[in-house]
Design a binder for this molecule. Sequence first.
Ligand SMILES: [Zn+2]
Length: 161
Amino acid sequence: MKPVYFEILDFESKIPDNYYYEDLGYTNNLLEKTKEIYKNLGLPNDNAFLKKRGAVIEHIRGGRNILFDLENDGLLDCMFYTPFSNLAVEIHTRGHEEAHAIQHFGLEKELRKKLDLSCLTKLSCEFFCDRAGLVAVKKRRLKLPEGFFTGVPGKHYFPRD
Ligand SMILES: [Zn+2]
């Protein structure tokens, strides 16, 4: 096992040696970055393939987390995001994507405990990640812009600059 740290959620844990977590930072276009990562892993990266893998190819702005099953070589989870003009939106988005990684690594229960979301047992993946992001925003005493939550978990309104 080795240590893993999620900066925005300030959450530390341990993952198996063959699990890899990479916060790739900012990118200008979620779709282009997604294609680059698939290509680097030697995978097809056309829109049809990405759609089949569950990527929302229409999403250009915001954040994205992708899990790759490296089969016998373990798991690779990576996340990236476009630059933000609003700090609360940035904290929420990055916290949300970190929560996906935490779910992928089977550490959700641990995070629930740390964030005191332990009473919420049966949440959808997206709703859980939204809650985690919201806790990160509130801890920093920030406020999300009006209309950020659209009513669909995981789907947010990103204000233009
Ligand atoms: Zn999500």
